[in-house]
Write a protein that binds this ligand. Structure first.
Ligand code: CP
Length: 304
């Protein structure tokens, strides 16, 4: 029985195998329509979500399985003080696999240590979001055809943005990757990630506050939302929230084959005028997320 709490729980070979399966699901959906017949996915969401929860649910339905769960802590017994460990033990009696989102970093790990079924981390606080990274990797693979030799700009809230942390972890295992970290000083990438991931793996990276200056060199621009829910005071959020707003004018010096990504939801970070630009990939990421979650459910349930 295997859980996925961190993207590094999957080897490079396993990531490539998931991409292969997702590509096959895209080409042959009918082949997969009954693979999870009789199986149940529990979506335990203690924090708001549109894409992750609904794509997990759509994934399980498209595999012929069923879904149960809750979409907010208040409608579960967590509101009465039940622990994550007891919730995981309980849900193990009803379902075959769990997808859990929680505001506390490490909560899905605690669930995985107490559940008797696989647990997938669907986002834990400002820590990790491995299945968003699966969506991002499939998108990059379909757009660029490779993971090596890419200059990847990560822009916005690099401190609390869990999607960025997971993506850096995943890409750190490929060669020729250069990270360009674009953020206000207050929202820089945490030093533990710089030390433990970037420096330990001798990865090239630069830090800057200017998106315009680095735009011409980027192959991928990964925009992120300033994570209001992680701030201790509203004043700081209001001061920082519009630090970077991508508009068509700012893309004048960008590469013609730049891939513009965003895990969504967006607030103000990308002007809607960019949505029709062929370089905009963020709604492709949404769709890729469903296919990769289908591939991951099959893998963890050991269904071929
Ligand atoms: N990208 C993402 O995690 O979106 P949701 O918060 O809507 O699930």
């Amino acid at each position: 029985m295997r859980s996925v709490i961190d993207v590094l729980d999957l080897t490079v070979e396993e990531l490539e195998e998931l991409i292969k399966v997702a590509d096959d699901i895209i080409d042959n959906p009918q082949k997969y329509s009954e693979k999870c017949k009789g199986k149940k996915l529990a979506t335990l969401f203690f924090e708001p979500s549109t894409r992750t929860r609904l794509s997990f649910e759509a994934a399980m339905y498209e595999l012929g399985g069923n879904v149960l769960g809750f979409s907010e802590a208040q409608s579960s017994s967590a509101a009465k003080g039940e622990s994550v460990a007891d919730t995981a033990k309980t849900v193990s009696c009803y379902a075959d696999i769990i997808a859990m989102r929680h505001p506390k970093e490490g909560a899905p790990l605690v669930a995985s240590l107490n559940a008797t079924i696989p647990v997938i981390n669907a986002g834990d606080g400002g820590h990790n979001h491995p299945t968003q990274t699966l969506a991002d990797l499939l998108t990059i693979h379909r757009e660029k055809g490779r993971f090596n030799d890419l200059t990847v700009g990560l822009c916005g809230d690099l401190k609390f943005g869990r999607t960025v942390h997971s993506l850096i972890n995943a890409l750190s295992r490929y060669s020729g990757i250069k990270f360009v970290l674009i953020s206000p000083d207050e929202l820089k990438l945490p030093s533990y990630i710089k030390k433990e991931v970037l420096e330990k793996n001798n990865l090239e990276y630069v830090q800057t506050t200017s998106l315009e200056e680095v735009m011409p060199e980027l192959d991928i621009l990964y925009m992120t939302r300033v994570q209001r829910e992680r701030f201790f005071n509203e004043e700081d959020y209001l001061r920082l929230k519009d630090s970077y707003i991508l508009t068509p004018e700012k893309l004048v010096n960008a590469k013609k084959n730049l891939s513009i990504m965003h895990p969504l939801p967006r607030v103000n970070e990308i002007s809607v005028a960019i949505d029709e630009d062929p370089r905009a990939c963020y709604f492709k990421q949404v769709l890729c997320g469903k296919f990769m979650r289908m591939a991951l459910i099959l893998k963890l349930l050991e269904i071929n």
